[in-house]
Structures are given as C-alpha cells and as structure tokens.
Design a protein around this ligand. Structure first.
Ligand code: ADP
Ligand code: MG
Length: 245
C-alpha cells in the first residue's frame, strides 16, 4: 500500500496537568519523506515526536506507524524498530563509542551488533579505528552527535525520529553534519521526522515543514511554498526572524 503514510497522527491531544502540550494535532509523513517539525520552545515538538514511539501516551486521538495503531503495539518492540536521536544525544557515558552505536542490535542479542556499529560509524564519518574505543567525553560535540545518529541507524530502521540533533553545535560543525545527513539520506532512504527550532535548517534538509505553535500545527508545506505563502502572520514572523522573508 504505497499510500499508507509511514507516520500518521490523527487529532492527538496530550496534557501535562494544566498544560496542553498537543491540542488535536493531525499530521502525515509519507514513506521516505523528511518532515521537519519547527516551532518555538514549548510548542510541543518533542511531545509529538515521542508519541510515535510511545514514549508519550496521548489522552485522545490516534497515532499510526506504517498504518498500524501504536496503541496496539508492544512499546519496547516499537522503540527498537524506530531510530531515535534524543534531544541532548543521550549517549551512555561509561560505554565506548562502539558499544553505544551497537546498543539497539545488542538489545535484541544480535551477534553482529559490533559489526553493525562499526558499519554505521563509517557511514556517519567516524573511523572506528580512531573512535570506536573512546568514551563520549573524549569526543567533540559534533562527534557525539554523529555517534547518536549512528546509534539510531545501527539497525537500519525504516523510520528515524530526530530531536534537535544539530542543536547545540557551532555553525561550521552544523554545516558539516547537515552535509553528512543529506549524504546518509541519499544512501539510506529513511522516513525522517526532524525536530528543529531553526527554520533555515528545516528549509535546507526537509521535504516539508510543519510549523508548530502552542500545541497545534499552524501550517504544513514544502519549504518554498512556506516562504512564498505563509498561512498566518505568525508563520510570516518566524520566516522573517529566520531571514527567509
Ligand atoms: P518543545 O519540544 O517544542 O520545546 P515540548 O513538547 O517539550 O516542547 O513541551 C510542550 C509543553 O509541554 C511545554 O509547555 C512543556 O513545558 C510541557 N511538558 C513537556 N513535557 C512535560 C512533562 N514531562 N511534564 C510536564 N510538562 C511537560
Ligand atoms: Mg523539545
């Protein structure tokens, strides 16, 4: 079924006490597409991302992955089948780079976990001969993010959730990682949901951009269309602030 979206949210609502983090959000991401979730801090980007691997359980609405309602899926199996790069990377500090990268295949007791790790380390531009035995603190910020991305890709998931993966990096390192990311996507055609607060980054990397505001989606459009025809003064303001309009 080529028309089944890889990721789909139908009127998803999530509350934390009095805070409404998601207010009836609907979104579809096609297989192979890269969709960027953009919005100010607190707009609900992380909450929406995490609804797809059941790290967030919505109060209302449905979340589907490859056409299947995640509410009926085993959360652990679901999480292992979807690559996830957490905000702040989330590497295990006492584990080597190789073991960090091997985490997901290792969890399912794959004898080839370390081989898979080395393979994805090469893909993200880290030579295992140099980096595999280091600890995360022996790496630069950009190198750590590369390991986090390698870990998410080690089991070749068809879906990748990335939460501000290039967030806390200097401009040059970011540009390098953007290039690596584009090369990776050309090699492994993974459906990607990419959270960023940077509209320029979204416009460069994503096929479509969803602008979030206060728990809702303000507009979803291809980057050129968003720039040409922002649907609200708010979207126009964000574009202007990012120097895109
Ligand atoms: P973003 O990723 O866009 O910065 P989040 O999805 O993290 O936004 O948060 C959306 C809203 O939900 C914010 O108001 C945030 O404070 C609140 N929130 C997120 N996670 C929690 C939590 N675990 N407990 C309470 N409030 C939360
Ligand atoms: Mg966030």
């Amino acid at each position: 079924m080529p028309d089944t979206p890889a990721l789909q949210a139908d009127t998803v609502t999530k509350r934390y006490g009095h805070v409404i983090a998601l207010r009836g959000v609907s979104l579809r991401v096609a297989a192979g597409e890269c969709l960027a979730l953009v919005g100010e801090s607190g707009s609900g980007k992380t909450t929406l991302l995490r609804a797809f691997n059941r790290m967030v359980e919505p109060e209302a609405g449905r979340v589907l992955v490859n056409g299947r309602d995640v509410a009926g899926e085993d959360p652990v199996a679901l999480r292992r089948s979807i690559g996830y790069v957490q905000q702040e990377g989330g590497l295990l500090p006492h584990w080597s780079v190789r073991r960090n990268a091997a985490l997901v295949p290792w969890l399912r007791r794959d004898d080839d976990a370390l081989v898979r790790a080395d393979h994805v380390l090469v893909l993200v531009g880290l030579d295992p001969a140099t980096f595999a035995d280091r600890r995360p603190r022996q790496l630069s910020g950009g190198q750590r993010q590369r390991v986090a991305i390698a870990r998410a890709l080690a089991d070749r998931p068809s879906i990748l959730l990335m939460d501000e993966p290039f967030g806390a990096l200097d401009a040059i390192t970011r540009a390098e990682l953007h290039e690596s990311f584009e090369a990776l996507r050309a090699e492994i055609p993974t459906t990607t949901l990419l959270v960023t607060h940077d509209l320029r980054e979204a416009a460069r990397l994503a096929d479509r951009i969803a602008v979030m505001r206060a728990g809702g989606i303000e507009q979803v459009a291809a980057p050129a269309e968003l720039v040409e025809a922002p649907s609200s003064a708010y979207v126009a303001m964000l574009l202007h602030r990012a120097g895109l309009r």
